[in-house]
Ligand binder design. Structure first.
Ligand code: GN1
Ligand code: MG
Length: 371
Protein backbone atom coordinates (compact mmCIF):
# COMPACT_ATOMS: atom_id res chain seq x y z
CA UNK A 1 0.00 0.00 0.00
CA UNK A 2 1.49 3.39 -0.89
CA UNK A 3 2.58 5.44 2.14
CA UNK A 4 0.23 8.25 1.42
CA UNK A 5 -2.77 6.12 0.58
CA UNK A 6 -5.00 7.77 3.15
CA UNK A 7 -4.49 11.20 1.68
CA UNK A 8 -4.91 9.79 -1.82
CA UNK A 9 -8.22 8.21 -0.85
CA UNK A 10 -9.28 11.53 0.69
CA UNK A 11 -8.46 13.28 -2.55
CA UNK A 12 -10.39 10.71 -4.60
CA UNK A 13 -13.46 10.91 -2.34
CA UNK A 14 -13.37 14.67 -2.65
CA UNK A 15 -13.19 14.48 -6.45
CA UNK A 16 -16.30 12.30 -6.45
CA UNK A 17 -18.01 14.75 -4.07
CA UNK A 18 -18.48 12.23 -1.25
CA UNK A 19 -19.76 14.07 1.82
CA UNK A 20 -18.04 13.73 5.20
CA UNK A 21 -14.69 12.36 6.31
CA UNK A 22 -13.03 8.98 5.92
CA UNK A 23 -13.36 7.12 9.21
CA UNK A 24 -12.18 3.70 8.07
CA UNK A 25 -10.39 2.18 5.08
CA UNK A 26 -8.57 -0.99 4.11
CA UNK A 27 -7.03 -2.57 1.03
CA UNK A 28 -8.92 -5.49 -0.53
CA UNK A 29 -6.30 -7.74 -2.01
CA UNK A 30 -8.02 -10.51 -3.95
CA UNK A 31 -7.70 -8.86 -7.42
CA UNK A 32 -4.65 -9.55 -9.56
CA UNK A 33 -4.82 -6.35 -11.59
CA UNK A 34 -6.39 -3.26 -10.00
CA UNK A 35 -5.81 -1.86 -6.50
CA UNK A 36 -9.01 -1.82 -4.49
CA UNK A 37 -9.92 -0.17 -1.19
CA UNK A 38 -12.90 -0.28 1.09
CA UNK A 39 -13.64 3.18 2.43
CA UNK A 40 -16.17 4.31 5.00
CA UNK A 41 -17.12 7.96 5.27
CA UNK A 42 -19.03 9.67 8.03
CA UNK A 43 -21.11 12.76 7.42
CA UNK A 44 -22.71 13.95 10.67
CA UNK A 45 -24.49 10.90 12.05
CA UNK A 46 -24.53 9.10 8.72
CA UNK A 47 -21.94 6.52 7.68
CA UNK A 48 -21.69 5.23 4.12
CA UNK A 49 -19.26 2.85 2.55
CA UNK A 50 -17.68 2.78 -0.88
CA UNK A 51 -15.34 0.82 -3.07
CA UNK A 52 -12.46 2.88 -4.39
CA UNK A 53 -10.24 1.53 -7.13
CA UNK A 54 -7.10 2.53 -8.94
CA UNK A 55 -7.25 1.04 -12.44
CA UNK A 56 -4.10 -0.70 -13.64
CA UNK A 57 -2.96 1.47 -16.53
CA UNK A 58 -0.40 -1.11 -17.71
CA UNK A 59 -3.18 -3.61 -18.34
CA UNK A 60 -5.88 -1.17 -19.44
CA UNK A 61 -4.25 1.11 -21.96
CA UNK A 62 -7.36 3.22 -22.27
CA UNK A 63 -9.24 3.40 -18.97
CA UNK A 64 -11.70 6.00 -20.32
CA UNK A 65 -12.98 3.33 -22.66
CA UNK A 66 -13.29 0.85 -19.82
CA UNK A 67 -15.45 3.34 -17.96
CA UNK A 68 -17.52 4.10 -21.05
CA UNK A 69 -18.37 0.39 -21.31
CA UNK A 70 -19.13 0.13 -17.61
CA UNK A 71 -21.52 3.08 -17.68
CA UNK A 72 -23.51 1.55 -20.53
CA UNK A 73 -23.53 -1.97 -19.12
CA UNK A 74 -24.50 -1.01 -15.56
CA UNK A 75 -27.26 1.23 -16.91
CA UNK A 76 -28.57 -1.56 -19.14
CA UNK A 77 -28.62 -4.01 -16.24
CA UNK A 78 -30.32 -1.47 -14.00
CA UNK A 79 -33.11 -1.08 -16.56
CA UNK A 80 -33.47 -4.84 -16.96
CA UNK A 81 -33.61 -5.31 -13.19
CA UNK A 82 -36.21 -2.58 -12.85
CA UNK A 83 -38.45 -4.38 -15.35
CA UNK A 84 -38.20 -7.48 -13.13
CA UNK A 85 -38.97 -5.36 -10.05
CA UNK A 86 -35.42 -5.65 -8.73
CA UNK A 87 -34.35 -2.28 -7.34
CA UNK A 88 -32.25 -0.97 -4.46
CA UNK A 89 -28.69 -0.14 -3.61
CA UNK A 90 -27.63 -3.74 -2.93
CA UNK A 91 -28.53 -5.00 -6.40
CA UNK A 92 -26.91 -2.19 -8.29
CA UNK A 93 -23.37 -1.30 -9.11
CA UNK A 94 -23.21 2.46 -9.36
CA UNK A 95 -20.14 4.52 -10.18
CA UNK A 96 -20.09 8.07 -8.87
CA UNK A 97 -19.32 11.05 -11.06
CA UNK A 98 -16.98 13.98 -10.64
CA UNK A 99 -18.13 17.60 -10.96
CA UNK A 100 -17.20 17.38 -14.64
CA UNK A 101 -19.63 14.46 -15.02
CA UNK A 102 -16.98 11.78 -15.44
CA UNK A 103 -17.16 8.38 -13.78
CA UNK A 104 -13.41 8.39 -13.33
CA UNK A 105 -10.83 10.75 -11.89
CA UNK A 106 -7.28 11.15 -13.12
CA UNK A 107 -5.33 11.98 -9.99
CA UNK A 108 -2.11 12.28 -11.90
CA UNK A 109 -0.66 10.99 -15.17
CA UNK A 110 -1.33 7.24 -15.28
CA UNK A 111 -3.29 7.20 -12.00
CA UNK A 112 -6.83 6.55 -12.82
CA UNK A 113 -9.42 6.24 -10.02
CA UNK A 114 -13.08 5.29 -9.76
CA UNK A 115 -15.51 5.01 -6.90
CA UNK A 116 -18.66 2.91 -6.54
CA UNK A 117 -21.14 1.94 -3.89
CA UNK A 118 -20.16 -0.87 -1.54
CA UNK A 119 -22.71 -3.66 -1.39
CA UNK A 120 -23.60 -4.19 2.28
CA UNK A 121 -23.98 -7.63 3.87
CA UNK A 122 -22.51 -9.35 0.86
CA UNK A 123 -19.89 -12.04 0.46
CA UNK A 124 -17.73 -13.18 -2.42
CA UNK A 125 -15.64 -16.32 -2.72
CA UNK A 126 -11.96 -16.70 -3.56
CA UNK A 127 -12.38 -20.44 -3.12
CA UNK A 128 -15.61 -22.36 -2.85
CA UNK A 129 -16.30 -25.94 -1.85
CA UNK A 130 -20.04 -25.53 -1.38
CA UNK A 131 -22.05 -26.59 -4.46
CA UNK A 132 -24.66 -24.00 -3.50
CA UNK A 133 -22.13 -21.22 -4.11
CA UNK A 134 -21.37 -22.64 -7.55
CA UNK A 135 -25.05 -22.97 -8.36
CA UNK A 136 -25.68 -19.37 -7.34
CA UNK A 137 -22.63 -18.19 -9.29
CA UNK A 138 -24.07 -20.01 -12.29
CA UNK A 139 -27.34 -18.24 -11.73
CA UNK A 140 -25.54 -14.88 -11.57
CA UNK A 141 -23.59 -15.33 -14.80
CA UNK A 142 -26.48 -17.02 -16.61
CA UNK A 143 -28.70 -14.06 -15.73
CA UNK A 144 -25.93 -11.69 -16.73
CA UNK A 145 -25.79 -13.34 -20.16
CA UNK A 146 -29.54 -13.11 -20.53
CA UNK A 147 -29.73 -9.51 -19.43
CA UNK A 148 -27.10 -8.50 -21.97
CA UNK A 149 -28.52 -10.60 -24.80
CA UNK A 150 -30.22 -7.56 -26.34
CA UNK A 151 -27.38 -5.12 -25.62
CA UNK A 152 -25.92 -3.60 -28.75
CA UNK A 153 -22.33 -4.85 -28.68
CA UNK A 154 -21.20 -2.28 -31.25
CA UNK A 155 -21.45 0.36 -28.50
CA UNK A 156 -18.63 -1.32 -26.60
CA UNK A 157 -14.93 -0.72 -26.94
CA UNK A 158 -12.73 -3.79 -26.93
CA UNK A 159 -10.87 -2.88 -23.74
CA UNK A 160 -8.22 -5.58 -24.18
CA UNK A 161 -8.22 -6.73 -27.80
CA UNK A 162 -8.13 -10.52 -28.35
CA UNK A 163 -8.56 -11.07 -24.62
CA UNK A 164 -9.77 -14.66 -24.86
CA UNK A 165 -8.35 -15.39 -28.27
CA UNK A 166 -6.56 -18.54 -27.14
CA UNK A 167 -4.86 -19.09 -30.48
CA UNK A 168 -3.36 -15.62 -30.39
CA UNK A 169 -2.34 -16.07 -26.74
CA UNK A 170 -0.51 -19.25 -27.77
CA UNK A 171 1.18 -17.58 -30.74
CA UNK A 172 2.33 -14.65 -28.62
CA UNK A 173 3.59 -17.03 -25.98
CA UNK A 174 5.70 -19.01 -28.46
CA UNK A 175 7.14 -15.77 -29.83
CA UNK A 176 8.13 -14.81 -26.28
CA UNK A 177 9.65 -18.26 -25.73
CA UNK A 178 11.76 -17.70 -28.84
CA UNK A 179 12.93 -14.34 -27.48
CA UNK A 180 13.47 -15.61 -23.93
CA UNK A 181 14.11 -12.02 -22.84
CA UNK A 182 14.57 -12.88 -19.15
CA UNK A 183 16.47 -16.12 -19.62
CA UNK A 184 13.79 -18.07 -17.77
CA UNK A 185 12.78 -20.51 -20.48
CA UNK A 186 15.26 -23.27 -19.68
CA UNK A 187 13.72 -23.72 -16.29
CA UNK A 188 10.26 -24.22 -17.79
CA UNK A 189 11.00 -26.50 -20.77
CA UNK A 190 8.55 -29.12 -19.48
CA UNK A 191 5.70 -26.64 -19.18
CA UNK A 192 6.45 -25.23 -22.62
CA UNK A 193 6.34 -28.76 -24.08
CA UNK A 194 2.96 -29.47 -22.46
CA UNK A 195 1.58 -26.25 -23.91
CA UNK A 196 3.02 -26.99 -27.33
CA UNK A 197 1.39 -30.43 -27.34
CA UNK A 198 -1.96 -28.85 -26.39
CA UNK A 199 -1.89 -26.30 -29.22
CA UNK A 200 -4.55 -27.93 -31.42
CA UNK A 201 -6.85 -28.53 -28.50
CA UNK A 202 -6.37 -24.92 -27.41
CA UNK A 203 -7.47 -23.68 -30.85
CA UNK A 204 -10.68 -25.69 -31.03
CA UNK A 205 -12.95 -22.84 -29.96
CA UNK A 206 -11.16 -20.53 -32.42
CA UNK A 207 -11.87 -22.98 -35.21
CA UNK A 208 -15.55 -23.13 -34.25
CA UNK A 209 -15.72 -19.33 -34.30
CA UNK A 210 -13.98 -19.23 -37.68
CA UNK A 211 -16.60 -21.62 -39.02
CA UNK A 212 -19.42 -19.46 -37.66
CA UNK A 213 -20.61 -22.20 -35.32
CA UNK A 214 -20.69 -20.12 -32.15
CA UNK A 215 -22.40 -16.74 -31.72
CA UNK A 216 -20.51 -13.80 -30.30
CA UNK A 217 -22.29 -12.43 -27.26
CA UNK A 218 -21.64 -9.66 -24.79
CA UNK A 219 -19.74 -11.54 -22.12
CA UNK A 220 -18.10 -10.75 -18.80
CA UNK A 221 -14.79 -12.48 -19.54
CA UNK A 222 -13.60 -12.70 -15.93
CA UNK A 223 -16.22 -14.85 -14.25
CA UNK A 224 -14.41 -15.81 -11.09
CA UNK A 225 -16.61 -16.34 -8.03
CA UNK A 226 -14.98 -13.32 -6.42
CA UNK A 227 -16.58 -11.23 -9.13
CA UNK A 228 -20.06 -11.97 -7.84
CA UNK A 229 -21.42 -10.50 -4.63
CA UNK A 230 -23.86 -12.81 -2.88
CA UNK A 231 -26.22 -12.08 -0.02
CA UNK A 232 -24.33 -13.24 3.06
CA UNK A 233 -27.32 -15.14 4.49
CA UNK A 234 -29.20 -16.57 1.51
CA UNK A 235 -26.29 -16.72 -0.97
CA UNK A 236 -28.60 -15.27 -3.63
CA UNK A 237 -26.46 -13.37 -6.13
CA UNK A 238 -26.86 -9.61 -5.71
CA UNK A 239 -24.60 -8.15 -8.34
CA UNK A 240 -21.89 -9.07 -10.82
CA UNK A 241 -18.83 -6.86 -10.43
CA UNK A 242 -15.51 -6.24 -12.21
CA UNK A 243 -16.97 -5.21 -15.55
CA UNK A 244 -13.61 -4.09 -16.99
CA UNK A 245 -13.51 -6.82 -19.59
CA UNK A 246 -17.14 -6.87 -20.67
CA UNK A 247 -16.73 -7.28 -24.41
CA UNK A 248 -17.98 -9.42 -27.26
CA UNK A 249 -17.02 -13.02 -26.47
CA UNK A 250 -18.17 -16.59 -26.09
CA UNK A 251 -20.55 -18.10 -23.55
CA UNK A 252 -18.02 -20.96 -23.33
CA UNK A 253 -15.43 -18.57 -21.88
CA UNK A 254 -17.74 -17.18 -19.22
CA UNK A 255 -18.89 -20.65 -18.31
CA UNK A 256 -15.38 -22.00 -18.40
CA UNK A 257 -13.64 -19.40 -16.31
CA UNK A 258 -15.83 -19.96 -13.27
CA UNK A 259 -15.17 -23.68 -13.55
CA UNK A 260 -11.43 -23.07 -13.87
CA UNK A 261 -11.41 -20.88 -10.80
CA UNK A 262 -14.03 -22.35 -8.49
CA UNK A 263 -14.50 -26.01 -9.42
CA UNK A 264 -10.80 -26.58 -8.77
CA UNK A 265 -10.35 -28.46 -5.48
CA UNK A 266 -7.45 -26.09 -4.76
CA UNK A 267 -6.71 -22.40 -5.09
CA UNK A 268 -5.64 -20.93 -8.42
CA UNK A 269 -2.05 -20.74 -7.17
CA UNK A 270 -1.79 -23.94 -5.11
CA UNK A 271 1.80 -25.14 -5.01
CA UNK A 272 0.97 -28.68 -3.89
CA UNK A 273 -0.26 -30.15 -7.16
CA UNK A 274 -1.65 -33.26 -5.47
CA UNK A 275 -4.45 -31.00 -4.19
CA UNK A 276 -5.40 -29.77 -7.65
CA UNK A 277 -8.30 -31.39 -9.51
CA UNK A 278 -11.65 -30.69 -11.08
CA UNK A 279 -14.56 -31.37 -8.73
CA UNK A 280 -17.35 -32.76 -10.89
CA UNK A 281 -19.99 -32.09 -8.25
CA UNK A 282 -19.08 -28.40 -8.28
CA UNK A 283 -19.00 -28.52 -12.07
CA UNK A 284 -22.53 -29.91 -12.12
CA UNK A 285 -23.80 -27.32 -9.66
CA UNK A 286 -22.45 -24.43 -11.72
CA UNK A 287 -23.72 -25.93 -14.99
CA UNK A 288 -27.21 -26.28 -13.52
CA UNK A 289 -27.26 -22.72 -12.25
CA UNK A 290 -25.89 -21.30 -15.48
CA UNK A 291 -27.92 -23.23 -18.02
CA UNK A 292 -31.22 -22.75 -16.16
CA UNK A 293 -30.63 -19.00 -15.67
CA UNK A 294 -29.52 -18.45 -19.25
CA UNK A 295 -32.88 -19.95 -20.19
CA UNK A 296 -33.41 -20.51 -23.88
CA UNK A 297 -30.57 -18.17 -24.78
CA UNK A 298 -27.93 -20.76 -25.57
CA UNK A 299 -27.83 -22.53 -28.92
CA UNK A 300 -27.18 -26.28 -29.03
CA UNK A 301 -23.68 -25.69 -30.33
CA UNK A 302 -23.05 -23.28 -27.46
CA UNK A 303 -24.21 -25.78 -24.87
CA UNK A 304 -21.95 -28.38 -26.45
CA UNK A 305 -19.05 -25.92 -26.22
CA UNK A 306 -19.34 -25.22 -22.48
CA UNK A 307 -17.11 -28.00 -21.18
CA UNK A 308 -14.63 -27.25 -23.94
CA UNK A 309 -14.69 -23.64 -22.72
CA UNK A 310 -13.57 -24.75 -19.25
CA UNK A 311 -10.64 -26.79 -20.56
CA UNK A 312 -9.62 -24.13 -23.08
CA UNK A 313 -9.64 -21.25 -20.65
CA UNK A 314 -7.65 -23.25 -18.12
CA UNK A 315 -4.97 -23.86 -20.73
CA UNK A 316 -5.16 -20.20 -21.76
CA UNK A 317 -4.73 -19.06 -18.16
CA UNK A 318 -1.67 -21.31 -17.79
CA UNK A 319 -0.28 -19.71 -20.95
CA UNK A 320 -0.99 -16.21 -19.65
CA UNK A 321 0.71 -16.87 -16.31
CA UNK A 322 3.72 -18.51 -17.94
CA UNK A 323 3.96 -15.78 -20.55
CA UNK A 324 4.07 -13.24 -17.76
CA UNK A 325 6.70 -15.27 -15.94
CA UNK A 326 9.07 -15.56 -18.91
CA UNK A 327 8.63 -11.88 -19.81
CA UNK A 328 9.40 -10.59 -16.32
CA UNK A 329 6.16 -10.59 -14.25
CA UNK A 330 4.80 -7.31 -15.52
CA UNK A 331 1.12 -8.07 -15.91
CA UNK A 332 -0.25 -9.96 -12.92
CA UNK A 333 0.43 -8.81 -9.39
CA UNK A 334 2.68 -11.38 -7.75
CA UNK A 335 3.12 -11.96 -4.04
CA UNK A 336 6.51 -13.71 -4.21
CA UNK A 337 9.18 -14.46 -6.83
CA UNK A 338 8.06 -17.36 -8.98
CA UNK A 339 4.39 -16.83 -8.12
CA UNK A 340 3.42 -16.84 -11.80
CA UNK A 341 5.26 -20.14 -12.29
CA UNK A 342 3.42 -21.70 -9.35
CA UNK A 343 0.15 -20.45 -10.84
CA UNK A 344 1.12 -21.90 -14.22
CA UNK A 345 1.85 -25.34 -12.79
CA UNK A 346 -1.43 -25.33 -10.90
CA UNK A 347 -3.37 -24.41 -14.05
CA UNK A 348 -1.58 -27.05 -16.11
CA UNK A 349 -2.35 -29.72 -13.49
CA UNK A 350 -5.98 -28.69 -13.58
CA UNK A 351 -5.92 -28.74 -17.38
CA UNK A 352 -4.61 -32.33 -17.40
CA UNK A 353 -7.28 -33.41 -14.95
CA UNK A 354 -9.97 -31.73 -17.05
CA UNK A 355 -8.76 -33.55 -20.14
CA UNK A 356 -9.19 -36.82 -18.22
CA UNK A 357 -12.70 -35.79 -17.17
CA UNK A 358 -13.71 -34.15 -20.43
CA UNK A 359 -16.24 -36.84 -21.42
CA UNK A 360 -17.83 -36.74 -17.98
CA UNK A 361 -18.08 -32.96 -18.12
CA UNK A 362 -19.77 -33.10 -21.50
CA UNK A 363 -22.16 -35.79 -20.29
CA UNK A 364 -23.19 -33.65 -17.32
CA UNK A 365 -23.89 -30.62 -19.52
CA UNK A 366 -25.87 -32.80 -21.93
CA UNK A 367 -27.95 -34.26 -19.08
CA UNK A 368 -28.83 -30.79 -17.76
CA UNK A 369 -29.54 -29.41 -21.22
CA UNK A 370 -31.90 -32.33 -21.96
CA UNK A 371 -33.99 -31.77 -18.82
C1 GN1 B 1 -7.18 -11.07 -13.42
O1 GN1 B 1 -7.84 -8.95 -11.27
P1 GN1 B 1 -8.67 -10.16 -11.38
O2 GN1 B 1 -8.26 -11.15 -10.36
O3 GN1 B 1 -10.15 -9.85 -11.37
C2 GN1 B 1 -7.31 -11.07 -14.94
C3 GN1 B 1 -8.15 -12.25 -15.39
C4 GN1 B 1 -7.50 -13.53 -14.91
C5 GN1 B 1 -7.37 -13.47 -13.40
C6 GN1 B 1 -6.67 -14.68 -12.86
C7 GN1 B 1 -7.96 -7.88 -16.81
O4 GN1 B 1 -8.44 -10.83 -12.84
O5 GN1 B 1 -8.24 -12.27 -16.80
O6 GN1 B 1 -8.27 -14.63 -15.31
O7 GN1 B 1 -6.65 -12.31 -12.98
N1 GN1 B 1 -7.88 -9.82 -15.41
C8 GN1 B 1 -7.34 -9.17 -16.46
O8 GN1 B 1 -6.88 -14.75 -11.50
O9 GN1 B 1 -6.38 -9.59 -17.09
MG1 MG C 1 -11.81 -9.34 -10.10
Amino acid sequence: MPMNIESTLRQVCKAFRIPGEIVEYRALTSGNINSTYYVMCQDGQEKKDYLVQCVNAYVFKNPERVMHNIELVTEHIRRKNAIQGITGRRTRLHFHHTAEGRNYYVLKEGEFWRLSNFIADSVSFDVADDPKVLKMAGKAFGQFARQLADFDASQLFETIPHFHDTRQRLETFFAHVAEDSCGRCDEVREEIAVIRAAYDFGCRLNVMVDRGELPLRVTHNDTKTNNVLFDKDTLEPLVVIDLDTVMPGLAAHDFGDTIRFAANTAAEDEADLSKVSLDLELFRAFAEGYIVAAGGLLTNAEKESLALGAVTITLEQAVRFLDDYITGDKYFKTRYPGHNLVRTRCQLALFQDMIDKFDEMNAIVQEIADK
